[in-house]
Design a protein. Structure first.
Length: 289
């Protein structure tokens, strides 16, 4: 049975206290400051598709280039090789570090290494889709972005393809094709939108399944065949709702489950009125980029 409560502030306070007890300064314990980015709402209801550009949703690591530094969404520096960042232009760029559909785990291993390995990084592409702080509509920024990428002239910097769809049938057909090829879904960006940060319906994500993140609160023991292993994770959403994740794990993941405090991604069908995900299933651990 799913349970829920609202204790997120207390959990954050305990995490900070533990870090301070380990000898970190308050600034370091709080972690790097995350850069402001545009975050998508979920595609729902009646949307005027003529108002939007559409692109594939890439399963990569979000990264922001400010003209001098390459950082993850968390604000942590990306430990990329010098040659990789030397090829990037002076203009700020927002995009995804990506190596291909269905290869997120491999990408994660490459971009998280503090000592970058060239052979791995030669596979990585910085797929950019936005110009932070730039003027004009999204349509105008897309054209400017293409010019910047062409001028840089390096193979690891590419602009994400933006396209239009005529109607819902065409949108669904494109989604089906992307998913069948191993992709995640689609993104829709309002053509007339100025540059924005924060969560906004100027950017929408369309996927065949819903997903979200939660924090591991506890490991619940398994029974029967799962005796001696983790049976379920008790997790908490950013809104403070607690529930159990008991499906979607391999036996190896049950033997070594994500630790308490880790962020995990789960998939679900819908939310109850109390905000509890229905038919929730574990997908993967969310890497702390």
């Amino acid at each position: 049975m799913a349970t829920h409560t609202r204790l997120a502030p207390a959990l954050r306070a305990l995490t900070l206290a533990a870090a301070l007890a380990g000898g970190l300064s308050p600034a370091l314990a709080a972690g790097p400051e995350a850069p402001p980015l545009l975050l998508a709402e979920v595609f729902r209801g009646d949307v005027a598709l003529a108002d939007y550009w559409v692109s594939e949703k890439l399963d990569g690591a979000r990264a922001l280039w400010d003209g001098q530094r390459l950082r993850f969404r968390s604000g942590r520096p990306v430990p990329a090789p010098e040659w990789f960042v030397a090829g990037l232009p002076p203009e700020p760029l927002d995009g995804e570090l990506w190596i291909g559909r269905g290869r997120f785990a491999e990408l994660s291993g490459i971009v998280r290494r503090q000592q970058p390995v060239d052979d791995g990084w030669r596979q990585v592409r910085f797929m950019v889709f936005e110009l932070p702080g730039a003027a004009g509509s999204f349509t105008e920024r897309v054209e400017h972005l293409k010019t910047i990428v062409a001028r840089a002239g390096v193979p690891w910097l590419q602009a994400v393809e933006q396209f239009r769809v005529a109607d819902r049938a065409a949108l669904q057909a494109r989604l089906d094709a992307v998913v069948a090829a191993g992709g995640e879904g689609l993104m829709l960006h309002r053509a007339d939108a100025p540059y924005l940060t924060g969560r906004s319906d100027a950017l929408l994500k369309l996927k065949p399944r819903l997903d979200a993140e939660a924090t591991v609160v506890a490991h619940l023991p398994g029974r029967g065949r799962l005796a001696g292993m983790m049976g379920a994770l008790l997790v908490e959403t950013p809104a403070g709702v607690r529930f159990q994740l008991g499906t979607g794990f391999t036996d190896a993941e049950r033997r070594e489950p994500p630790p308490v405090g880790a962020q995990v991604t789960y998939i679900y069908r819908e939310l109850t009125r109390a905000g509890v995900p229905r038919f929730a299933s574990y997908w993967r651990r969310r890497e702390a980029f």
